[in-house]
Design a protein around this ligand. Structure first.
Ligand SMILES: [Zn+2]
Ligand SMILES: [Zn+2]
Length: 144
């Protein structure tokens, strides 16, 4: 999903954040990505800008602290941020990191649903960050 600058500004205002140019740009990048993004990945997607990496990082932290883009993955100790537009979009599904190409993928929520929704732990679990690793289907050599 992509959002335009006006939508990004409105989203920021709703969260009581000032709509600075880098913040709007970061928000648009996060909105256009299906998977959570790290600081480095946001920089790559931004391309050439006048903003230095530290500025972008500070804006990610601002968005995180405001609850707009929480860290939903910590694969390899790298924080990845995802835009949360409603309560149901918190990436409570497992994430898969490919050790070959470094791609991160969102896996079906069913893999953890039985643990999150049923049984004695259902009320105890408030957030989930399940990380799986291996080789993604694109990198896996087809069997001979
Ligand atoms: Zn891969
Ligand atoms: Zn996800």
């Amino acid at each position: 999903m992509t959002i335009n600058k006006d939508e990004a500004r409105r989203l920021l205002h709703e969260s009581n954040l000032r709509a600075t140019a880098p913040r709007v740009a970061v928000l648009q990048i996060l909105a256009s990505s299906r998977t959570p993004l790290s600081h480095t990945e946001v920089l790559e997607l931004l391309g050439e800008t006048d903003w230095d990496p530290a500025t972008i990082y500070r804006n990610l932290v601002k968005l995180r602290d405001a609850g707009v883009a929480p860290v939903v993955s910590r694969v390899e100790g790298i924080d990845r941020y995802s835009l949360v537009r409603n309560q149901h979009d918190e990436h409570r599904h497992p994430h898969f990191i490919c050790e070959d190409c470094g791609q991160i993928a969102c896996l079906p929520a069913e893999l953890t649903a039985s643990m999150l929704l049923e049984g004695p732990w259902a009320n105890s679990i408030q957030s989930a960050m399940v990380q799986l690793r291996g080789e993604c289907p694109d990198c896996l050599e087809p069997p001979p």
